[in-house]
Design a protein around this ligand. Structure first.
Ligand SMILES: [Zn+2]
Length: 135
């Protein structure tokens, strides 16, 4: 679900909480993948040849790839959540995370999904109607 649509439906606090949970799930997955990678490297030192060795090499490579992808996803989600979380305080009444989204940066098709779109949100405070930008 798009960031702005999720925030409109469930609120910023819930979006922020979900981003933290999801990013840490990716961190746990990266750790498991690292264990798979290291286990494969350890088994390779046994010196066996043949099909079993090929399976171990493939499993270790898959673990390495999964670890890199999971780690990148973890850092991207966490960075975006922290980035928006730091700017979510109303400049006028200091309410945190209580706003409606007015606009967002138009997405560019050339941006990769890991870019953490949108890069900014224009928001209005639910308490005092102040308008500011999360960027
Ligand atoms: Zn306010």
């Amino acid at each position: 679900m798009q960031v702005t649509r999720y925030i409109e439906r469930y609120g910023f606090r819930r979006w922020y909480e979900r981003q933290l949970i999801e990013s840490h799930a990716y961190l746990a997955l990266a750790f498991v993948a690292l264990i798979l990678l290291l286990s494969g490297v350890e088994l390779l030192s046994d010196g066996e040849a043949g099909v079993r060795r090929m399976i171990v090499v493939l499993a270790a490579a898959a673990g390495g790839m999964l670890m890199v992808v999971s780690w990148r996803r973890f850092t991207t989600l966490l960075a975006r959540a922290e980035h928006f979380g730091e700017a979510a305080t109303c400049p006028k009444c200091k309410a945190w995370g209580k706003f409606r989204v007015l606009a967002q940066e138009s997405s560019n098709e050339n941006d990769p999904p890991e870019a953490g779109r949108p890069h900014w949100l224009s928001v209005r405070c639910k308490k005092c109607e102040a308008v500011w930008k999360l960027q």
